[in-house]
Design a protein around this ligand. Structure first.
Ligand code: GLN
Length: 199
């Protein structure tokens, strides 16, 4: 690994951690699982994986990670959240379980499991103007949608019906879908660009 490879973490409490580590490694990053505050302190950026946000929330509190992650987000650490990770990153969560908390930071409201039982998993090609061509092959698995975007956040992608599924705010990036399972590397590359710019 090159000496200037950014050291980044994947929050490894629950979810598809391995897939994110593989994409980040393929892009030349020194990517490590992060479970403890001491491990978080070592990384210059963090990916919040897909999985189940209510479980990631509970485990993050159990492992003493909630406040350290919130502090790093507030201090400007680049973070990329996919699906449950986007839910963790949103300032406001709709349809969470009772008592569900999140890290926050991203000025959006996100609704969990927004596609309902009939259509809870699907794939589609998505135009993401900020990434150019080709379109992103997006896999949605019991995915959230971004219901509203505050003044600080910008929309990166929407479905043809207008539902927002990718957003960005400074060093924070969130997608409803899972680029880490389709060989799509451009979102992770964008995250790593932010890490290199800030570290
Ligand atoms: N439905 C899950 C949640 O609420 C997210 C699903 C996913 O990450 N694929 O956290």
């Amino acid at each position: 690994m090159a000496g200037n490879a950014p050291k980044v973490g994947v929050l490894a409490l629950q979810g598809d951690v391995r897939e994110h580590l593989a994409v980040l490694g393929a892009l030349g990053a020194d990517a490590v699982p992060v479970r403890r505050p001491s491990e978080l302190a070592e990384v210059a950026g963090l990916v919040l994986p897909g999985g189940e946000s209510s479980v990631i929330d509970k485990l993050s509190r159990l492992f003493g990670m909630r406040e350290p992650v919130r502090e790093r987000i507030a201090a400007g650490m680049p973070v990329y959240g996919t699906c449950a990770g986007l839910i963790m990153l949103a300032d406001s969560v709709l349809d969470g379980i009772a008592g569900q908390q999140n890290f926050g930071g991203l000025d959006v409201a996100v609704r969990r499991n927004a596609f309902g039982n009939q259509n809870d998993s699907f794939e589609t090609d998505l135009d993401v103007p900020a990434l150019g061509e080709p379109p992103v092959h997006a896999v949605f698995i019991r995915a959230p949608v971004v219901e509203s975007v505050g003044a600080n956040a910008t929309v990166l992608a929407s479905l043809p019906d207008g539902r927002i599924v990718a957003v960005e705010q400074g060093n924070l990036l969130g997608t409803s879908f899972h680029p880490e399972v389709t060989g799509e590397h451009r979102f992770h590359a964008r995250f790593l660009d932010r890490v290199r710019a800030t570290s």
